[in-house]
Design a protein around this ligand. Structure first.
Ligand SMILES: *[C@@H]1O[C@H](CO)[C@@H](O)[C@H](O)[C@H]1NC(C)=O
Ligand SMILES: *[C@@H]1O[C@H](CO)[C@@H](O)[C@H](O)[C@H]1NC(C)=O
Ligand SMILES: *[C@@H]1O[C@H](CO)[C@@H](O)[C@H](O)[C@H]1NC(C)=O
Ligand SMILES: *[C@@H]1O[C@H](CO)[C@@H](O)[C@H](O)[C@H]1NC(C)=O
Ligand SMILES: *[C@@H]1O[C@H](CO)[C@@H](O)[C@H](O)[C@H]1NC(C)=O
Ligand SMILES: *[C@@H]1O[C@H](CO)[C@@H](O)[C@H](O)[C@H]1NC(C)=O
Ligand SMILES: *[C@@H]1O[C@H](CO)[C@@H](O)[C@H](O)[C@H]1NC(C)=O
Ligand SMILES: *[C@@H]1O[C@H](CO)[C@@H](O)[C@H](O)[C@H]1NC(C)=O
Ligand SMILES: *[C@@H]1O[C@H](CO)[C@@H](O)[C@H](O)[C@H]1NC(C)=O
Ligand SMILES: *[C@@H]1O[C@H](CO)[C@@H](O)[C@H](O)[C@H]1NC(C)=O
Ligand SMILES: *[C@@H]1O[C@H](CO)[C@@H](O)[C@H](O)[C@H]1NC(C)=O
Ligand SMILES: [Cu+2]
Length: 588
């Protein structure tokens, strides 16, 4: 219960001075400025200043506002600068949030409720009139740089099958003053919702600024629902709880303490790879609690963090997750899990049965994933996420009736879908001096280079994603389409790095780098996905049909301007420079 989240800089951040140099050496083999000191409590990348101590579980989980966008009536959502409380012990925080007016704008933004096969029309306006971003923009990255300054935004509906002019292309940014990026087409977006019932989310995607705008709050959920697809007696109404997870660092005055001194400041003054915060927010509150009845709940969880993965488990082992859905909609059958890992941008749809414990129980939702490389281990405060108090149902209130189907739909036939597919090898790489300043790249190419991933629309490809970096993992996201994991295969990085073996030979060959046969998808890799974590020392094989999931053609032309992208969804990587165009050629 009232566990203190107190943590001091010295205990939680051991020898960071050494670490900055260590990381820099790891990456660049040169010693950068190791004398950077936090000024005025400002966070230095790799030595973040601890947030004020906040007593966890003191405020209820906010239930996010919803907007029905299935009426055919266009809606307008503005991005605004807002003030919101994350915890009663902290002064209000300045966020950028979405809403239909400045008064109603929130972080996270309202949950948009769409119906399958019913078009929705959402206009995203930019009403952020700040001359400068609330965080410091790193001007050495390739970034949106409006002539009149301001805070550019470009809103992507993540997971949507939509025309690329409505896809929130990174160069389609626009400012409150009216400056526009070169890929800008329109503020008025049309989403056909012709895809399975699924949990999407909208978030900023501006080139070189995505990590800042998302950390500042420009995120919201978007559900496509379908009466035909949805089993009739799943938990609903107050038993369905959307949860947006993020992590942040705060100053004592409540402002977000986003690092503004980079890990290699002589190269990038501000850029900080693998940012993780010490304070976990769910729906905008630090470590909230939720009173639940002894019943079955449907939690619809989004990892909206910049870099942090979560491995969630309940403190009481009697309470498990029954996963029924993933990024792309329902699984074909539910999977029972004791823990569930969400990389950035992952969504899971899980049922949780609180009937397994007596009334009066308190159950914690905890996180055991280690922080990213730069954070060096786990920050103790981030082991907790929130608390559920199991309470009596009020007398006279109706009982819950729940039926959990054993099958949700047919299993995709991978071998049938893969028949005739073309193979494509792509690499996760890093560039270091003397070849260039540090950047995470895809197949050694920068964002601005001409497109190399240009499949024919309605073709199917098998992508082998070779993780060729010595450490870390990368959540890889493709726009427009969903894919299926075929397998992953571990290889020996040391031998590969020393050019002692080949990744193009099967593991049975002595000069193959592979350590064994491919491993079939793990429980959390099953299902249609749009984002998949690729671990270091592995090759991930995906089946990628460039078509709708029913196999039908899109109702729009996916080959038009400005096209799509694929990228790492670690937003710090995406901004420098782990993103590439995904352009479609006409069908063969
Ligand atoms: C980390 O930051 C703290 C205060 O913000 C500072 O006192 C300390 O010297 C820094 N450590 C290193 C190794 O730079
Ligand atoms: C990482 O943390 C461990 C344990 O806290 C410490 O021993 C180690 O020196 C740290 N590594 C770096 C590079 O700071
Ligand atoms: C602080 O935020 C809350 C919403 O969380 C809002 O109702 C209140 O008006 C804000 N206070 C100030 C001083 O802005
Ligand atoms: C909050 O505190 C930080 C650190 O002292 C300071 O840089 C920032 O300007 C303050 N923010 C506000 C809104 O006062
Ligand atoms: C590397 O960074 C420095 C400092 O930001 C910059 O002047 C230089 O142009 C960069 N080099 C490349 C190849 O981007
Ligand atoms: C998660 O659950 C799996 C399977 O039950 C188990 O093997 C694994 O150790 C668990 N991981 C964590 C971090 O609890
Ligand atoms: C889960 O978090 C709670 C609250 O922070 C803590 O008391 C408990 O020890 C944690 N349980 C596990 C298994 O880590
Ligand atoms: C999957 O497709 C293959 C090839 O088209 C076919 O031979 C096989 O019977 C199918 N499997 C199932 C379970 O339908
Ligand atoms: C990816 O890396 C492999 C192994 O080094 C190499 O053979 C291949 O050419 C690379 N592919 C691309 C697209 O860069
Ligand atoms: C990888 O190769 C290195 C160098 O040959 C060897 O020392 C190491 O044991 C290998 N690792 C595994 C997991 O086989
Ligand atoms: C990879 O090889 C280079 C030399 O080619 C070496 O400097 C570097 O330390 C190696 N990296 C790892 C992680 O083994
Ligand atoms: Cu990455």
């Amino acid at each position: 219960m009232g566990r203190s989240c107190r943590r001091t800089a010295s205990s939680a951040f051991p020898p960071t001075f050494a670490r900055i140099c260590h990381i820099a050496l790891l990456f660049v083999l040169l010693a950068p400025t190791c004398v950077i000191r936090a000024q005025d409590g400002h966070s230095v990348c790799g030595n973040l200043s601890a947030s004020p101590t906040l007593t966890p579980f003191v405020e209820p989980l906010p239930i996010l506002p919803t907007i029905d966008i299935s009426t055919g009536v266009p809606i307008t959502l503005g991005a605004y600068k807002i003030s919101q409380s994350v915890h009663p012990d902290l002064p209000n925080t300045t966020f950028y949030g979405f809403g239909t007016s400045p008064e109603t704008a929130t972080y996270p933004g309202p949950t948009l409720e769409a119906q399958k096969d019913v078009r929705s029309y959402v206009r995203f306006e930019n009403h952020i009139t700040d001359a400068e971003h609330i965080f410091v923009v790193d001007r050495t990255l390739h970034h949106a740089n409006p002539a009149r300054g301001g805070v550019p935004i470009s809103v992507h509906l993540h997971g949507a099958d939509s025309e690329s002019r409505y896809d929130g292309h990174p160069e389609a940014w626009h400012t409150a003053a009216g400056d526009r990026g070169k890929a800008f087409v329109t503020l008025d977006n049309e989403y056909p919702n012709e895809q399975p019932a699924s949990p999407l989310w909208y978030h900023d995607h501006t080139v070189g600024l995505t990590r800042l705008n998302v950390a500042a709050g420009l995120v919201g959920l978007y559900f496509i629902r379908s009466k035909a697809e949805e089993p009739p007696f799943l938990p609903c109404g107050e038993y369905e709880i959307p949860m947006v997870l993020q992590d942040k660092q705060f100053f004592p005055n409540g402002s977000i303490n986003f690092p503004d001194v980079g890990v290699v400041p002589d190269m990038y003054p501000q850029w900080c790879p693998d940012y993780t915060g010490d304070t976990i927010l769910v729906n905008g509150k630090a470590w909230p609690y939720l009173d639940v009845y002894r019943g079955v709940y449907r939690l619809r969880i989004l990892n909206g963090a910049n870099s942090r993965s979560f491995t969630l488990a309940f403190s009481d082992p009697r309470i498990k997750f029954l996963q029924i859905g993933t990024d792309g909609g329902y699984l074909w059958k539910p999977v029972e899990l004791q823990n569930i890992t969400l990389a950035p941008a992952y969504r899971v749809d899980v049922l949780v049965d609180f009937r397994s414990v007596p009334c009066g129980s308190s159950v914690f939702l905890n996180n055991s994933a280690v922080d990213t490389v730069l954070s060096n281990g786990t920050t103790p405060t981030t082991n907790s996420v929130m608390k559920f108090n199991v309470v009596e149902r009020p007398p006279g209130s109706p009982d819950q009736y729940v039926e959990i189907p054993e099958f949700f739909g047919p299993v995709p036939n991978v071998s049938a879908l893969a028949a005739g597919a073309a193979y494509r090898n792509v690499n996760l790489t890093v560039v270091v001096p003397p070849k260039g300043n540090i950047s995470f790249l895809l197949s050694d190419k920068h964002w601005v280079e001409p497109a190399t991933e240009t499949p024919h629309i309605y073709s199917t490809e098998i992508w082998d994603i070779f993780h060729l970096i010595s450490s870390g993992s990368h959540p890889i996201h493709l726009h427009l389409v969903n894919f299926l994991v075929m397998h992953t295969q571990a290889y020996n990085f040391t031998r590969f790095n020393a050019s002692e073996c080949s990744l193009l030979l099967p593991y049975t060959e002595p000069s193959s780098c592979f350590l064994g046969p491919p491993r079939p998808p793990q429980p959390t890799e099953i299902g249609w996905k749009d984002t998949i974590i690729v671990e270091h020392g592995t090759v991930m094989r995906l089946l990628v049909p460039f078509t709708t999931r029913s196999g039908a053609k899109y109702s729009f032309d996916p080959t038009t301007f400005p096209g799509y992208v694929w990228h790492c969804h670690n937003l710090d990587h995406e901004d420098n420079d782990m993103m590439r165009p995904l352009l479609f050629l006409p069908p063969v």
